[in-house]
Design a binder for this molecule. Structure first.
Ligand code: PXP
Length: 253
């Protein structure tokens, strides 16, 4: 089975917020992604609202016909938004106001009561509860214990190791292979506990193929690379290219 692709459209909102204006429309972006074959749309509502705004979630909830996944911190302000707008899924992520992007997975073990409370709040209203997590068995076990339904394995380290030709040979290749094996083992372990397995962060059409061959990974959340590529080839083509890369097949255009 081919893994699904949720396109993270945060950076369409980043461009809009650069001028605090109305374009580019994230609603149009979501529609184009769906038409291009995306299985869902992911957005991250951050405490500083640097890209996605509260109103975006409301509008996206109304128009998305595939799957809406909202990433958020485990705080009351965000959980309230989730409960009120009811996305299909919420991915709980760590958040630090000074980070450029999410830095690694949520430390479930170190914040067990808080994460448990967040998972309970989501599940009570029927929202699918996912936790963004490092590919670490102890963290996965903790996520399972507190009732998460999915873990999204953080691929940031793998993405960094495969970003350039560093991974082509020698020590770079060994490190990339070791990280790949760590993600694979984590996926197998999570699945053995009955968790659904997703993956994401920093993935591109060049490095997603290997991960897509791990059968336990059922879903990818990919944003920056698709939106970057869309500047040159258009959003529809950029989404199609990523879907082709996940299917490990050449792009047909
Ligand atoms: N998954 C999670 C939990 C994230 O926080 C992000 C970034 O918002 C992504 C996936 C997508 O990462 P990228 O934009 O690097 O593809």
């Amino acid at each position: 089975m081919t893994a699904k692709l949720n396109v993270n459209i945060d950076h369409v909102a980043t461009v809009r917020q650069a001028r605090k204006t109305i374009e580019p429309s994230i609603i149009s972006a979501a529609m184009i992604c769906e038409q291009a074959g995306a299985d869902g749309i992911t957005v991250h509502i951050r405490q500083d609202r640097r890209h996605i705004q509260d109103k975006d979630i409301l509008l996206l909830r109304e128009v998305i016909t595939t799957y809406l996944n909202v990433e958020m911190a485990t705080i009351e302000e965000m959980l309230k938004i989730a409960v009120e707008t009811k996305p299909d899924a919420v991915s709980l992520v760590p958040e630090n106001p000074y980070e450029i992007t999410t830095e690694g997975g949520l430390n479930v073990l170190g914040n067990i009561e808080n994460v448990q409370m967040a998972v309970n709040r989501l599940r009570e209203v029927g929202i699918f509860a996912s936790i963004f997590i490092d590919p670490d068995e102890r963290q996965i076990e903790a996520a399972h214990k507190i009732g998460a339904q999915q873990v999204e394995l953080c691929t940031a380290e793998y993405a960094e190791l495969t970003l350039s030709s560093r991974a082509a040979h020698g020590e770079g290749l060994e490190k990339a292979n070791a990280e790949f094996e760590r993600i694979k083992r984590a996926g197998v372990f999570a699945k053995s506990l009955g968790l659904k397995v997703a993956a994401g962060h920093g993935l591109t059409r060049r490095n997603v193929g290997a991960l897509a061959r791990i059968p336990e990974i059922e879903e990818f959340n990919i944003g920056h690379s698709i939106i970057s590529r869309s500047i040159f080839v258009g959003l529809e083509n950029a989404v199609r290219e990523m879907i082709a890369a996940i299917k490990n097949s050449p792009v047909s255009n």
